[in-house]
Design a protein around this ligand. Sequence first.
Ligand code: 5AD
Length: 346
Amino acid sequence: MIDLLDRLSAHRSLSQDEWEALIPCADPLFWEEARCRALSVRDEVYGRNVFLRGLIEFTSFCRNDCYYCGLRRSSRSAERYRLGLGEIVDACRSGYEAGFRSFVLQGGEDPFFTDERMVPIVAAIRKAFPDAAITLSIGERSRESYKALREAGADRYLLRHETADEAHYRILHPQPMSLSERIGCLRTLKDLGYQTGAGMMIGSPGSSAHTLAEDMLLIAELQPEMVGIGPFIPHHDTPFSAERQGSVELTLRMLSLVRLLDPHVLLPATTALGTADADGLIKGLDAGANVIMPNLTPSPVRSKYLIYDGKKISGDEAAENLAMISAKLAAHGYRASTTRGDYIAY
Ligand code: 5AD
């Protein structure tokens, strides 16, 4: 197995069969070696800096019906809300004053937020905070829409592919969603010059070493600047309510492998990881992550953005606790960076 790690470090990719052999490896010493190598390549590129993104969850409406997500259209228990332009800019301002120079606007696929409504929001943030990075995470849209948002000032776009396996994609998503549409969107985003984020849940129903190997091949081919990886966590009001939670350990291993695949990748220690494990944030960083996304959503609605049960919205997931988060990072040898935190190209 170690020879596969050597090959990964040298050539930056493996075959489907090789990934499939490596991912289920049961030897803890192998994974400790992988983790150490991932940290050393990360530190070479980014040092011990951890980039902060202020996350604003601005709409809990969604037209999609993904079987895993608590905000799916069919969820009756989900409380729906939308923030207006002023509320979103105010949330950015409070983040800006605390030191954030990178904002992520995330929401369900809410038909209310047409380009006519979305472009002015991006433009207002761009104008008010010219030195901050703007990331959007609002799902599948047309090329024209992505282009208009890019021209309005958006720098980055997160759109997890969720799984690179066709059959697995169908287990997770009803019609009319499709993997090919999803990947088409990712290619369009890259083409328009967005720093683009793909990614997948770990341990979602139907996943296996085979599907994870396909994820790694897709990531190797697409070369996204960001990769979001977190464990699947069931939500009580979805068809997957009785499914098992994804493994924290496997999530950490996949973080290390993605870091080795692209030493330059922007890799968050996700909220799902922080929810599944009380030390998830630090464990994620110690596996090779270099980004955290504290929650800047205004408190009256923050608890309503429930994509899975138990989602952590306080402690080290809350932007108002930045001082505490910075101290925790420092205690583990990391430095909270208040730069835009762009992808460092080769
Ligand atoms: N468990 C873990 N992650 C989830 N997501 C959605 N539902 C869940 C869940 N039940 C993730 C998806 C989505 C991101 C915003 O949250 O990967 O892309």
